[in-house]
Design a binder for this molecule. Structure first.
Ligand code: ATP
Length: 317
């Protein structure tokens, strides 16, 4: 992506005692993109987000936000970013307006412009009618909207959201994801999450972190290629003998799973779906379902973290 670089992370590491929570991580975030920072619990996401937002010092490495080095010029760098931590920093006893006015002051928005900034942030986050409500009385989904509003009230080019949908119900999750996509029109967004479909639904690009190491950086289309395993899941009304399936072109092996479906492994370049459908019809097996198996996030982690590096091409060594 060719937009302006809004954040540049170089060789970032962070130790907690002898535990290396983040290990030599480097990446950039460009204007106009929503970057998914995906990893299982304990992978190092929150540590990275805390460092990027200037709330935690790295053990080594550099972070630039816009034109400013985060360690050398923290105030200037922080003006260019908004941050929603995993635990939103909300005051339950304040109204939405009181709290956002307070946040506007913290972000040094001039007194005469605070109201305008507050109303604009509320409008973007679907909070226009909630100004007088106590934050503690709002639903979790609306509390999260307030958390996002405080992160964007000073119109930062970069917004960092750490697990913003955790603990929300499915409808609230959908709404917050839609809101994040909207934010992506005006801000670059880093979205930290452990939920694979969240990245697929929301982001332009993905980085996967596992045990402190970045193991994948790719577009969402590139991620989809990793998700496609060379296997089909097939269900018949009358399951044929395994050997009949294994004789079909491209099929490497087949096995009945616990749920009764057949898992048919095939050559990566030779999808036997059409053969199976045709033969199933001819032999009256009663095909009920046939679909490519989708790798789970856990399987991708295993694949990415256990695959040997490819041997250098002859002549490129
Ligand atoms: P989660 O989603 O569970 O928060 P995460 O990907 O955000 O996971 P981190 O919170 O960054 O991961 O944690 C990375 C590793 O560092 C974990 O092993 C965690 O136990 C450890 N860790 C995090 N904070 C501290 C701390 N303050 N002191 C010691 N160890 C820590």
């Amino acid at each position: 992506m060719a937009g302006t670089v809004l954040a540049e992370v170089q060789n970032l590491s962070r130790y907690y005692g002898s535990l290396r929570a983040v290990n030599d991580v480097s990446f950039t975030v460009h204007q106009g993109e929503i970057l998914g920072f995906l990893g299982p619990n304990g992978a190092g996401k929150t540590t990275t987000m805390q460092i990027l937002s200037g709330n935690l010092a790295p053990s080594s490495g550099r972070v630039r936000i816009g034109d400013h080095d985060l360690l050398a010029e923290p105030k200037a760098a922080k003006r260019a970013l908004g941050y929603l931590p995993e635990q939103p920093p909300l005051y339950r006893d304040l109204t939405v307006d009181e709290y956002l006015d307070y946040c506007a002051a913290l972000h040094r928005i001039a007194r005469g412009r605070r109201r305008e900034a507050r109303e604009a942030a509320k409008a973007k986050c679907g909070l226009t009618d909630t100004g007088r409500r106590l934050i503690g009385n709002l639903s979790k989904g609306y509390q999260q909207r307030v958390g996002i509003a405080q992160a964007i009230i000073h119109l930062p080019p970069l917004v960092i959201l750490d697990e913003p949908t955790i603990g929300l119900d499915p409808i609230q999750i959908r709404e917050i994801r839609a809101l994040i996509r909207e934010l992506g029109k005006d801000h670059a967004v880093i979205l930290s999450t452990h939920i694979l479909p969240e990245v697929q639904a929301t982001c332009d690009r993905v980085q996967i972190i596992s045990k402190g190491n970045l193991v994948l950086s790719d577009t969402i289309d590139g991620l989809a290629r990793h998700l496609k395993s060379a296997a089909l899941l097939v269900a018949f009304r009358q399951t044929p003998a395994i050997e009949e399936i294994e004789r079909l072109p491209g099929v490497r092996s087949a096995a009945v799973q616990e749920d009764g479906r057949l898992r048919v492994q095939h050559d990566p370049g030779l999808d036997p779906t059409e053969h199976i459908v045709r033969v199933a019809t001819e032999r009256n097996w009663g095909l009920k379902e046939i679909a490519p198996e989708r790798a789970s996030l856990e399987q991708i982690f295993v694949e990415l973290t256990t695959t040997e590096p490819a041997a250098p091409e002859p002549g490129n060594a």
